[in-house]
Design a protein around this ligand. Structure first.
Ligand SMILES: NC(=O)c1ccc[n+]([C@@H]2O[C@H](COP(=O)([O-])OP(=O)(O)OC[C@H]3O[C@@H](n4cnc5c(N)ncnc54)[C@H](OP(=O)(O)O)[C@@H]3O)[C@@H](O)[C@H]2O)c1
Length: 337
């Protein structure tokens, strides 16, 4: 198997001084892959040179991934301190005292004694079961509440004080929500994990995070071709089919996926592509170390933004909400430059 020297991979410095890899590996099997397939990919990607992993309690596979990490550490292919391990508190663990319990459970499952990054997965306390379909919408779903979110964030801050977590972060936030939350944070989020890919670039959120020294983590960086059905709609843009992406891929003699990764890393967000295919995940890492996109190609891709969100979060809709756009505070209407 090909090994990419992790020291050649671009690195990013967070607002608390932590330095983490500029690309990581996703671990959400998208309800389509078995835990075993995901575990094999995680082990293989450590061997390939990945040092950043994006986990979540909600993915239901932390125990299996914990076994993989333990095996990698005991086989000596990597040491714990060389790894950046991120995970997230799920929406059913937002109550008082719950965040510490959720963190302890993730530590136990992942077989770790600290996390590098711990995130609030969604700014809603709305649980949905793994693999939920849209008829599985939770009737108790509620809209965003600043008080509710801050009670979760206070618990996140405590985890840093306790030394269980090196950095804390947010996920699936909008500028509208960040504007309310950031002034109240004792410890500012070091990262924000949101959907970003060439078809949904979120330039305003990107600029906002840069101005507030929050590192963006880009989920679904390939346009999530295998996303759950609940997140698809007729007419959805297919990222790999974008003519601009295809043309640049042709010039670099590679798959459009490779261009998605190069574009993300060169722009400055940290992509966390998921793949179960050794050739693909190895290539995704390797491409960050060579054959860079030109300024002109970056500009072509910037202009190709379709402002088309793929992961809509419809399962979090509450009674009275008009459409999935309410989850995102209607920002998709103006999130262009
Ligand atoms: N915070 C959140 O709420 C949230 C939401 C969604 C996702 N995430 C995170 O983001 C990660 C990635 O997002 P995602 O899984 O939705 O989608 P993604 O990474 O955009 O797309 C994954 C798909 O791309 C294909 N792919 C990857 N590399 C490729 C390559 N070089 N050539 C061709 N195809 C390639 C994979 O197929 P193969 O397996 O065949 O390579 C897989 O089907 C997740 O695993 C998860 O960790 C977080």
């Amino acid at each position: 198997m090909e090994h990419i020297n992790p020291s050649l991979v671009p690195q990013r410095q967070l607002n608390n001084g932590m330095v983490i890899p500029g690309i990581g590996m996703g671990t959400f099997g998208n309800d389509r892959y078995t835990s075993e397939e995901v575990s094999n990919a995680v082990y293989g990607s450590i061997e390939a040179g990945y040092r950043l992993f994006d986990c979540a309690a909600a993915y239901g596979n932390e125990k299996d991934i914990g076994e993989v990490f333990a095996r990698a550490f005991s086989n000596g292919i990597v040491q714990r301190q060389e790894m950046t391990i991120m995970t997230k508190v799920w929406n059913d663990m937002h109550g008082q005292g719950d965040v510490l319990v959720a963190c302890a459970q993730s530590l136990r499952d992942l077989k770790l004694d600290y996390l590098d990054v711990y995130m609030v997965h969604w700014p809603y306390p709305t649980y949905h079961a793994p693999g939920a379909h849209l008829d599985g919408i939770n009737p108790n779903a509620v809209p965003f509440s600043l008080d509710e979110y801050m009670s979760v964030w206070r618990q996140m801050e405590k985890l840093v004080d306790m030394g269980l977590v090196r950095s804390i972060g947010m996920s699936n936030m909008t500028i509208t929500k960040l504007e309310q939350v950031l002034p109240l944070c004792r410890i500012k989020p070091a990262v924000l994990e949101v959907e970003i890919n060439p078809t949904f670039q979120q330039p305003k959120l990107f600029e906002y995070c840069q101005a507030h020294h929050i590192q963006l983590i880009a989920y679904s960086p390939m346009g999530s071709p295998c996303r759950p059905e609940r997140d698809t709609e007729p007419g959805d843009v297919v990222t790999f089919d974008m003519p601009e992406l295809q043309e640049i891929a042709k010039a670099h003699n590679c798959h459009p996926a490779t261009i998605c990764v190069k574009w993300a890393v060169q722009r400055g967000q940290i992509p966390i592509p998921f793949s179960v295919t050794q050739r693909n995940y190895t290539g995704n890492l390797k491409c960050t170390t060579e054959d860079f996109l030109t300024d002109e190609e970056m500009e072509t891709l910037r202009k190709a933004d379709k402002n088309a969100r793929l992961i809509k979060g419809k399962v979090f809709l509450w009674e009275g909400a008009e459409s999935w756009r309410d989850i995102w505070d209607g920002e998709d209407e103006w999130n262009t430059l």
